[in-house]
Design a protein around this ligand. Sequence first.
Ligand SMILES: [Zn+2]
Length: 185
Amino acid sequence: MTDLTAALAARSSQRCELCEATTDLAAFGVDDGDTAELSVWTCSTCRDELAREPLDGAHWRCLSGAIWSEVPVVQVLAYRLLKQLDEGWARDLLDSAYLDEAALAWAQAGLESDDRVVVVDSNGTELRDGDSVTLIKDLDVKGANFTAKRGTLVKNIRLGDDPGLVEGRVNRTAIYLKTEFLKKA
Ligand SMILES: [Zn+2]
């Protein structure tokens, strides 16, 4: 037994830290970790389910225990799984759970790369920084007192935090445009 497996086996009382099963236990590294602080002691079922895309909610009901774990990495993994499930019971569990500030920041940091916001035009075509778009209807520009006409070409758009809006220049004025009224040029 390596130091890692010994540490995890002791910490978990030889049970899967996600579902409490005892079959074929092994370390599962979170964030590519290979230390006890970054590993969860898992059964073979949980490891199979962790690899499944999309996740299967039926198995992960077991997280109602794990989300309350006193081991930060277990809580972090449970939190990320529940977030990805995006089902009512999972959201309820997250609402009732308590993670301290550090654990919450850690859990959320791991989700951002998977949760990249995709901005799309009225046809569902992905838009990126620097793209050109045309307007598919006349738009009154609030505060600038002009109407951006249907068919206007807007070059070099910029994406922001809101996936429903992009920034572009019309009549030399920087304005926010609703993506539902744009078509990629
Ligand atoms: Zn398990």
